[in-house]
Design a protein around this ligand. Structure first.
Ligand code: DGY
Length: 419
């Protein structure tokens, strides 16, 4: 395998998706700046153009709302190829540039720290300027999304795992009446069998319409939430990001105590995500109070949050044994598994990178190495797709994907420095 050629190809993908000050996830399907995609893009850029990496994160925070929220999409320009665009979100007056009204997993502080580690001297000015913005975003999460210490998803897009099985019971409780006619654009770029269903989309849009009706006001939206799921993705990722932000605070000579107190709150909250019947971390539908019972790739982010857990170790071994290219976004043993449909089974390189980062940090060297080599083979054999079938590696979703290329450059490539 010509790994050097793949390194070059990955750099070309990042350059090709670069729109000057931000990177699109992929041409066509996702024509704007997405929040967590951008943080991964910065990690990728940091391997060959660290100045461009800082620009990526700084552009992301240029869209931060005064309340601290960092939107999940920044609409830097119009593009008729995407739905729902800025006219549907209607967030005018809420933030400095047109955006969506929800956020996404808080990976930015973690990858700002990683970028700084590659750019020790010059990076300090960038981190110093970003620090209060990152802290304000984390504070917003703690104020508006922490319920019993776990972080709650109020729209499936907010966790990034749009159609995962963890949302099924909560989505079924929504009656999307009055949603009206709309034209999806995603299925003109990607085969519909790889995307969420119409029933999912009706609810996605219905939830956007609710936010718009409430003027995207945090307090109003927190009342009688029609969709509220305590989620391992948002919880574990924010826990990790708080630890990285506290590390940054200390390195800058700033006070870290408030950030540490958030981490303690989330440590307690994370325990609530442990399913009492299975011992596995899953999600809780807060409207019914029930655990969702699904083993997903997000369950395995516990180590990334620095929670050690032998029971999860046993579950990870099962997941590794279940397919050629772990970690599936939903266990293959689940009746809801669908190996090509977005978050209902496919393997995602970014999840693998975060899971492996956690495993390595916690001393599980063998597992981290296994995941790295499986991800390397997956990308080397099947390309830089958005996601892949966990058993046969068939590429799915968007092609020439920014975060898959970024993960290759920063971690999966044999030439990568790794963590
Ligand atoms: C989409 O449009 O599919 C995105 O995942 C929303 O963030």
């Amino acid at each position: 395998m010509d790994y050097a050629a793949l390194d070059t190809k990955a750099q070309e993908i990042l350059r090709g998706n670069d729109r000057g000050t931000y990177t699109v996830p992929t041409f066509g399907l996702y024509p704007y700046q997405w929040n967590w995609d951008s943080a991964f893009a910065a990690w990728g850029f940091s391997t060959f153009d660290v100045d461009r990496a800082w620009v990526e994160i700084e552009t992301l925070f240029s869209g931060q709302w005064p309340n601290g929220m960092v939107p999940h999409i920044l609409f830097h320009q119009d593009d008729p190829g995407y739905y729902p665009g800025p006219d549907v979100w209607a967030t005018e007056g809420k933030g400095p540039i047109p955006s969506s009204g929800i956020t996404q997993p808080a990976v930015a502080a973690t990858f700002a720290r990683k970028t700084w580690e590659r750019n020790k001297g010059k990076g300090e000015a960038h981190v110093r300027a970003l620090f209060p913005m990152m802290k304000a975003w984390h504070a917003w999460f703690m104020a508006w999304r922490a319920v019993d210490g776990a972080i709650v998803v109020t729209h499936p897009w907010e966790a990034g795992r749009d159609n995962c099985a963890d949302w099924d019971s909560a989505m079924a409780m929504i009656e999307p009446s009055g949603v009206g006619e709309y034209t999806r654009r995603d299925t003109s770029h990607v085969d519909a069998s790889m995307r969420p269903t119409k029933a999912d989309y009706d609810r996605y849009i219905w939830l956007v319409q609710r936010g718009r009706r409430l003027g995207w006001d945090d307090a109003a939206m927190a009342e009688d939430r029609p969709f509220a799921v305590a989620d391992p993705t948002l919880t574990f990722i924010l826990m990790r990001a708080n630890r990285d932000l506290a590390h940054i605070a200390e390195a800058l000579g700033e006070d870290r105590s408030e950030i540490d107190s958030w981490t303690r709150t989330l440590e307690n909250g994370a325990e609530t995500l442990r399913n009492p019947d299975t011992g596995v971390f899953d999600a809780i539908n807060l409207r019914s109070g029930e655990h969702t019972g699904h083993v997903t790739s997000a369950s395995f982010l516990c180590w990334y949050a620095r929670l050690d857990d032998p029971r999860m170790g046993a579950e990870l071994a099962k997941s590794f044994a279940s397919c050629r290219y772990p970690v599936p976004s939903l266990a293959l043993s689940s009746p809801d598994f669908d190996g090509m449909r977005y978050w209902r089974g496919p393997t995602w390189a970014i999840m693998n990178a975060m899971i492996a980062m956690g495993l390595k940090d916690m001393g599980y060297e063998n597992e981290a190495t296994h995941l790295r080599s499986a991800t390397r083979d997956l990308i080397a054999e099947h390309g830089f797709a958005e996601y892949f079938h966990p058993d046969n590696g068939q590429p799915a979703g968007g092609g020439t994907f920014t975060w898959t290329a970024a993960v290759w450059l920063a971690w999966a490539s044999p030439n990568a420095e790794g963590f």
